[in-house]
Write a new protein. Structure first.
Length: 65
């Protein structure tokens, strides 16, 4: 299926958010995921199914000062 991940159009076989994060080796401890401008809570990553043409943004939090 084709989706847009962080601005890039990609093809993936991942069925849900968690699989996608694992496929692209995105650290799950400090990331927020939005699909089509809707934040997906971490406890829903394994049940939220991806759909053709979804727009997904993975935002990583960084500390600093």
């Amino acid at each position: 299926m084709q989706i847009k991940l962080n601005g890039d159009i990609i093809n993936t076989e991942s069925k849900n958010v968690l699989e996608l994060l694992q496929e692209y080796k995105i650290e799950t401890k400090s990331v927020a995921v939005a699909i089509n401008l809707e934040i997906i809570k971490q406890d829903k990553w394994d049940s939220h199914l991806l759909k053709e043409n979804d727009v997904i943004e993975c935002l990583t939090f960084m500390g600093g000062g």
